[in-house]
Design a protein around this ligand. Structure first.
Ligand code: 5GP
Length: 203
């Protein structure tokens, strides 16, 4: 029975509100670590290096990939994204619970390495709402909105293998659902047993 931190993986189509959910839940659980991904995407207005992403060139990304720096990586909407294996291991070995916000291709790779991770998929209440949110977000060019909608259909098709599904209609309720998932996962036998072994099986 190991006693590393618990890994939480959050996926869902672009525009579904994953970042808002992540921000909301990290206010509730400030000790929950978050893995800053590497990406070849250009920073959007208001984003900063090391807080939202590590923004790197394609060349740097591919060199890191070749060197085995990523525990998972994927191409999404024409850009590369990856999770640093060293960052992930450090948090888990420090027994910190860690949240990853990654696409479905990356989540599948994580599942191969960490089958006991908790996989959570965020859904919109319906397609129209997703389209509206994506258009209103204003961070994408027109064509990109279409590409993200196409990709959303593919991503939604993967929802069925995730452990938990959250419908993000009212943000506060979705944050509440995510917090409940985190709390219940932390109360699972495998998470608690290493801490109470002596209590329930005295020498
Ligand atoms: P965005 O460009 O909108 O920030 O992110 C686009 C997509 O890439 C989102 O679905 C986001 O969850 C995903 N993503 C962000 N970081 C990573 C990562 O490290 N790995 C993978 N596989 N996907 C990521």
């Amino acid at each position: 029975m190991d006693s590393t931190g618990q890994l939480f993986v959050l996926s869902g189509p672009s525009g579904v509100g994953k970042s808002s959910l992540r921000t909301g839940v990290r206010e509730r659980f400030p000790e929950l670590a978050y893995s800053i991904s590497y990406t070849t995407r250009a920073p959007r207005q208001g984003e900063s290096e090391g807080r939202d992403y590590h923004f790197v060139s394609l060349e740097t990304f591919l060199t890191m990939k070749e060197a085995g720096a990523f525990v998972e990586c994927a191409q999404v909407h024409g850009n590369y994204y990856g999770t640093s294996g060293a960052q992930l291991e450090k948090h888990l070995n420090d027994r910190r619970d860690l949240l990853l916000e990654i696409d479905v291709q990356g989540a599948r790779q994580v599942k191969e390495h960490f089958p006991r991770a908790c996989f959570i998929f965020v859904l919109p209440p319906d397609r129209e709402t997703l389209k509206k949110r994506l258009s209103e977000r204003g961070t994408e060019q027109g064509g990109d909105v279409e590409a993200r909608l196409d990709n959303a259909s593919r991503e939604l098709g993967e929802a069925s293998w995730y452990d938990y599904l959250i419908i993000n209609d009212v943000l506060e309720e979705a944050v509440e659902a995510l917090a409940a998932i985190i709390l219940s996962t932390r109360c699972r036998r495998q998470a608690i047993l290493p801490r109470v072994r002596n209590l329930i099986q005295p020498d």
